[in-house]
Design a protein around this ligand. Structure first.
Ligand code: SAH
Length: 328
């Protein structure tokens, strides 16, 4: 018997070590190059807002195939040479397999298993669909108590537990309601926030989940693009859960950082020029290629596709102006 988060950590490590995850699901940077260019330019503008520290760490959490950061670096190089020269790339990646793919793609950077080993200093941090891959705990409300979900032989078993944090939020839940707790994600947000308090810095977190903390079992498994049983055959499917943006906001503010958003991904991208840039790229392309570029941008931004459930949240040093896309 294993607590759900430990099961998920083990299953995900096996999955990312042995699979090409991008056969099972498609992430935004793989849909359009503009999805990486926008965060790249976001870091370039935000670098100005935090006082142009030189050197500055550019950190990405969970770079996948390295597509987002490669597109970001190309955009930065084209428009912000001073920032390009000042940045030192650090990548947090636990999968040796994906590290090798990233290294072939990037030709620069220092790799880390965890954020803790990234040296202290001014930083700009990006993470896309990273927090949703971190292990979660789940609690179930039963008549007189809370139970926590463990996994045994492919099924959930419930063990009596303390109330899930933050307890005041979950007082009125009825019989059988599930609430989730992303302990690792919150610890990470707290340490990113703490870094922004001790040094100039900002982070852009892109992920999927509701704006307000909401009960419900959001654990999902994708195997070869199709929903699958998350507890069956550990290590063969991509496991994710909704990110609780309200909880991230609370923990980053508690650590003393400023927080902006979340704003829906579609609004964030459209505000920062997704469609203008896409039109530029489409111009002069054969009609089928131009149509595919525009379709990709719409997939990222339309509310009933990836535009609303996916969100952008920014965390930064207290006192800096709102970063691009988060102006009032
Ligand atoms: N950001 C990429 C990939 C998202 S998939 C994209 O948008 O395409 C999640 C990424 O996080 C993968 O690179 C995976 O190997 C990495 N990852 C997952 N859990 C991790 C952990 N606990 N520590 C470090 N990296 C992790």
């Amino acid at each position: 018997m294993e607590r759900l988060d430990r099961f998920m950590a083990r299953a995900s490590a096996a999955y990312y070590a042995n699979h090409d995850p991008f056969r099972d699901f498609t992430t935004s940077p793989e849909i359009s190059q503009v999805f990486g260019e926008i965060p790249g330019l976001w870091t370039a503008v935000t670098w100005e807002l935090i006082g142009r520290p030189d050197p500055v760490l550019l950190v990405e959490l969970g770079p996948g195939r390295g597509t987002l950061i490669a597109d970001a670096l190309r955009a930065i190089g084209a428009v912000a040479p001073a920032f390009r020269a000042a940045l030192r790339l650090h990548l947090v990646e636990s999968s040796p397999r994906l590290r090798a793919i990233q290294a072939r793609r990037l030709k620069e950077g220092t790799w880390h298993d965890v954020l803790d080993t990234v040296p202290p200093g001014p930083l700009l941090l990006l993470a896309n669909e990273f927090l949703d891959a971190l292990p979660i705990r789940q609690f179930v409300r039963r008549k007189d108590c809370w139970m926590e979900r463990f996994v045994s032989a492919g099924r959930f078993v419930e063990v009596e537990a303390q109330p899930p944090p933050p307890a005041p939020l979950w007082q009125g839940e009825g019989e059988g309601v599930v609430v989730e707790f992303n302990e690792a994600g919150l610890a990470l947000a707290s340490s990113v926030a703490a870094r922004c308090v001790t040094h100039p810095g900002a982070a852009l977190l892109l992920d999927y989940g509701p704006e307000a903390s909401a009960p419900g079992d959001s654990l999902q498994a994708l195997r070869a693009g199709h929903p699958a049983d998350p507890l069956a055959a550990p290590g063969t499917a991509d496991l994710t859960a909704h990110v609780d943006f309200a909880a991230l906001t609370r923990i980053a503010r508690d650590a003393g950082a400023a927080v902006w958003g979340p704003v829906p991904q579609g609004m964030f991208l459209a505000h920062l020029g997704l469609f203008q840039r896409t039109d530029r790229l489409a111009r002069g392309q054969p009609p089928a290629r131009a149509a595919a570029l525009i379709e990709a941008a719409r997939r990222l931004a339309e509310p009933n596709r990836m535009g609303r459930l996916f969100k952008a949240l920014a965390v930064g040093s207290p006192g800096i102006p709102p970063p691009p896309g988060f102006e009032a």
